[in-house]
Design a protein around this ligand. Structure first.
Ligand code: PLP
Length: 460
């Protein structure tokens, strides 16, 4: 724990010098900042020494807990050799070993790994690969993309062009390239007016209409498989993903799967697409790739895609893309250690009981007056709060109901972050039964306290 006067100094500097992501700084500077000093396992500790369960895996990426010895040691071993060397030209040992390992665990058919630094760049690479692939194939009009409403693929201009969340994406509209948006299979608010009982995946017809009408122009369909994260942890009905895969084949569009959030065990399998035996043409990964330790991403592609880029130097078929820290040895060494832990600790094999336990214990939330829907896929869950359960009317944005629930939870030692009025539960995969109970108890009480308070404050 650090000295109180230094704590105060840090709080002042935090407000004075730092601009936090996705944060209204006008509100932020009025509050006491939470400054994390250290963490172990599932827990984070702030500069006051107060502990919090890391209920969102430090922004959906931590897998084995914090300060996991095996990963710490792998980074230390690597740092004693070299911290960074470029992949533009030379190679490096962890980057080679990790590429091999990624191809081994990826859906069969993805044979090449292209590194970058984060989820946005992993998808940006995927979009550029898909675009250039068709250029090399001589189908030069295939320049447009299809994405899902409520989809989120990152914050670069390219990934925002295929982003479907108005509050984040609309303001930048004039900067975007052409994207067609298909309805999200958001069953609680079904875009084609069906009830879960009579779902025939009619929403796929909308996707098919777009593909049929534009197949000579569409380069690829991009989507998050099974769970649309930032759009509200929207869980897809079974069969949607394989249906989309079939449509892509039928209309000669590539399928890009954004496994940035869902990859590395989060949904109960190593990659979400394995639930429906789907193999994409291109797959973007990041977040959990090295247990949530450092910036690293890999975009995997099939042999068919890779081969389209081969040619004589002068033909300019090269994939002209790369970042300074592409294939950083420390990040790759951490990833190798993380993947070794998947084997050693049988992470995937041990997930099933945790997932079932979570499902059973989420039931009680459904009875709460302002809980519209509880959704779950693997160890990802979301509680959609509504002002009116019958009409499904959402809370007004300015009531900041999700933020209030999270602030309440924080008082009780749990760190979570909402998506508007949707409460997200996404603990590291190492969470145990007792810790899961504690996490759910805190959220349950916090939801009750905030939503059943007689008046909710309004924020401007
Ligand atoms: N894709 C998905 C599905 C995500 O959930 C995210 C981040 O939340 C991204 C891409 C962007 O990743 P990053 O924030 O690392 O750029």
């Amino acid at each position: 724990m650090i000295h109180r006067t230094y704590q105060e100094q840090l709080q002042t500097w935090d407000k004075q010098y730092l601009w936090h992501p996705f944060t209204q700084m006008q509100d932020y500077v009025k509050e006491t900042p939470l400054i994390i000093e250290e963490g172990t396992g599932l827990f984070l500790k702030d500069v006051d020494g107060k502990e919090y369960i890391d209920g969102i895996s430090s922004m959906w990426c931590n897998i084995h807990g914090h300060r996991k010895k095996e990963i710490d040691d792998a980074i230390k071993r690597q740092i004693d050799r070299i911290a960074h060397t470029t992949l533009l030209g030379p190679s490096n040992i962890p980057a080679i070993e990790l590429a091999k390992r990624l191809v081994e665990i990826a859906p069969q058919g993805l044979t090449k790994a292209f590194y970058s630094d984060n989820g946005s760049t992993a998808n940006e690479v995927a979009l550029k690969m898909a675009f250039q692939y068709w250029q090399h194939k001589g189908l030069k009009n295939k320049t447009q993309f299809v994405a899902l409403q409520y989809g989120y693929h990152g914050d670069t201009i390219g990934t925002m062009s295929v982003g479907g969340i108005d509050i984040y994406h609309k303001v930048f509209q004039p900067l975007y390239f052409k994207t067609h948006f298909a309805p999200a299979p958001y069953c609680y608010r079904c875009p084609v007016g069906k009830q879960p009982g009579d779902c025939t995946l009619a929403c796929l017809e909308e996707l098919e209409n777009i593909l049929r009408g534009n197949s000579d122009r569409i380069a690829a369909v991009i989507m998050e498989p099974l769970v649309q994260g930032a759009g509200g942890m929207i869980t897809h009905p079974s069969g949607y993903l394989s249906g989309a895969r079939a449509l892509c084949k039928k209309y000669k569009a590539l399928l890009i799967l954004d496994e940035v959030l869902t990859g590395f065990g989060r949904t109960g399998k190593m990659f979400a697409c394995k639930h429906e035996d789907v193999v994409p043409d291109i797959m973007a990964t990041s977040k959990g790739i090295n247990g949530g330790y450092m910036p690293l991403a890999a975009t995997l592609a099939t042999e068919e895609i890779y081969h389209a880029f081969l040619g004589k130097y002068a033909e300019l078929k090269t994939f002209f893309h790369g970042h300074t820290y592409t294939g950083n040895p420390l990040g790759c060494a951490a990833a190798l250690a993380s993947l070794e832990l998947f084997d050693k600790e049988q992470i995937l094999e041990n997930l099933e009981p945790k997932i079932n336990y979570l499902r059973a214990n989420l039931k009680r939330f459904e009875l709460l007056k302002h809980v519209g829907e509880v959704r779950q896929c693997g160890l990802i869950a979301a509680i959609e709060l509504v002002e009116d359960k019958i009409t499904k009317a959402p809370y007004p944005w300015e009531k900041r109901v999700g933020i209030q629930v999270c602030l309440e939870a924080r008082k009780q030692g749990l760190l979570i972050r909402p998506l508007g009025h949707i409460i997200v539960i996404m603990p590291p995969l190492c969470i145990g039964g007792q810790e899961l109970d504690r996490l759910l108890d805190i959220i349950y009480e916090s939801v009750k306290t905030v939503t059943q308070a007689t008046t909710l404050p309004l924020f401007s």
